[in-house]
Design a binder for this molecule. Structure first.
Ligand SMILES: [Zn+2]
Length: 470
């Protein structure tokens, strides 16, 4: 019997300059989704783009295009990048999809009818050049966090979501379901930074934004960010539509994988919205760390003029998609921050892909061709040392699986690479090139031990790589 497994990335802000950092969540989710497929689960892997808001309106205008025309080009580009990285998502949701917009309108109406949303006034700060609202806490030295200019007191009619009434319920959720928010360090961040002093109600519409989903009965207002964006996780499955089979089947999500900068939205606001809708909560929100450039902080002087090395497209073109997948999964401990540099990237590429995986596959295939006419007998009798080695590999393989089940893809991948290392070591030790002269040992059994198939390793490696290195 197969379990269902629903995994999501966040929906990304449309950009044709996606960086290596943007690829992080998607590549890790892809590896986890592939793993669950390998285990026979019924997997649904969602990704997409968050396409509403003032900035899109502005950027389209600057480009002299209609919004959808402007967006379509960027989205085609994004899908192209995911294709080049061999990302196998099941659905790519766009918040401009008609089904999504219709469902968001319904969700907003339900929340309003239940008294979870009410009309109010927004009091806060406003940056005129950016046309953006900010709360006092978001300001940097009293200035706009985006452009650094002065901000003004703003007062605008809006609809508020009663987030304040969910403070205790969210605290209770963390207590009764400690697995809800991972890694554990994120829980204390949420409690200390937001929940301890009580949540405040959240402004969920904007009057000044035209590029968005209008409130049906009050079309001067557009549904802003929170309800529009976060709802994608259920509207993508057809929630609040006539075709909600996937929603019934896959919701609640097994895991929302996100960057740590958006944990608050997913571990506080999203469960509160779902509680207000009386829907089940996702089983887990996993807030991973960041890819840091230059060993902790952006080192402009050191990396000046080498900007293209952070561009995933350049890396894929130069070294193949597996170089990027290998770096992301193998080098940044999932859940923590980790550095990116060209040196680390290339070292990891050479060690894992060229010297381990590549070497094992090419030498084994070469020897099977040369000594055995391309044929391998997997059923040949095993010698005692073969049996011991086989058992060792089996244990490591089990460990790979356990790490993936426990959401530890970095450890799992490192273990998979250590198996490859062991296979290379074993081949060196038994030296088939000597055996084929003396015939002292059955050549077949030895050669087959260099084969990924013999140990059923290919499916495991395929969770992480696509075998498309250059
Ligand atoms: Zn500004």
């Amino acid at each position: 019997m197969s379990d269902k497994f629903y995994i999501t990335t966040p929906i990304y802000y449309p950009s044709n300059k996606l960086t290596l950092g943007n690829c992080y969540t998607t590549v890790v989710c892809d590896a986890i989704a592939r793993f669950h497929k390998m285990m026979g689960d019924d997997v649904f892997f969602l990704t997409g783009t968050d396409e509403h808001g003032q900035k899109i309106e502005k950027r389209a205008k600057e480009a002299g295009k209609f919004e959808m025309e402007f967006l379509n080009e960027i989205i085609a580009d994004t899908k192209d990048l995911w294709k080049n990285l061999n990302i196998e998502y099941d659905k790519f949701i766009r918040t401009t999809d008609a089904e999504h917009e219709a469902a968001v309108k319904k969700i907003f109406k339900i929340l309003y009818d239940k008294g979870e949303i009410y009309k109010a006034h927004y009091h806060g700060k406003y940056c005129t050049p950016c046309e953006s609202f900010w709360t006092e806490e978001q300001l940097v030295d009293g200035k706009c966090p985006d452009c650094g200019r002065d901000v003004y007191d703003a007062d605008e009619e809006c609809y508020n979501f009663r987030l304040s009434k969910y403070t205790d319920k969210i605290l209770e959720l963390y207590k009764t379901h400690p697995e809800f928010l991972e890694p554990q360090s994120r829980v204390s961040e949420m409690v200390n930074n937001f929940l301890k002093n009580g949540l405040t109600d959240l402004c969920v519409t904007r009057k000044s934004v035209k590029w968005g989903v209008p409130v049906e009965w009050d079309p001067e207002h557009t549904i802003y960010v929170w309800i529009d964006a976060l709802s994608n996780y259920i509207t993508a499955l057809g929630a609040f539509s006539d075709n909600d089979e996937n929603f019934k089947k896959y919701w609640p999500a097994n895991v929302h994988v996100i960057g740590k900068e958006i944990v608050r939205f997913h571990a506080i606001i999203w469960p509160a919205i779902l509680m207000a809708l009386e829907l089940p909560l996702p089983k887990q929100v996993y807030g991973h760390g960041w890819m840091l450039i230059g060993g902790g902080k952006l080192s402009k002087s050191k990396d000046a003029g080498k900007k293209e090395i952070f561009d995933p497209r350049v890396l894929i073109e130069r070294y193949g998609s597996d170089s990027v997948r290998n770096f992301i999964i193998g080098n940044i401990p999932f859940g923590q921050d980790g550095p990116y540099s060209q040196e680390i990237f290339l070292n990891s590429y050479n060690t894992n892909l060229a010297n381990n995986v590549g070497n094992l596959v090419s030498r084994t295939v070469g020897m099977i061709q040369k000594y055995n006419g391309g044929v391998i007998d997997n059923t040949s009798a095993l010698e005692p040392e073969d049996i011991a080695f086989k058992e060792n590999v089996r244990q490591l393989r089990d460990l790979c699986i356990k790490y993936m089940v426990d959401m530890k893809p970095t450890q799992s991948y490192k273990t998979a690479i250590s198996i490859i290392e062991a296979c290379n070591g074993y081949t060196d030790q038994v030296a088939p090139w000597r055996l084929q002269k003396t015939k002292t040992r059955k050549l077949d059994s030895t050669l087959s031990f260099g084969c990924l198939q013999r140990h059923n390793l290919k499916p495991i490696l395929f969770c992480f790589l696509s075998f498309q290195t250059k």
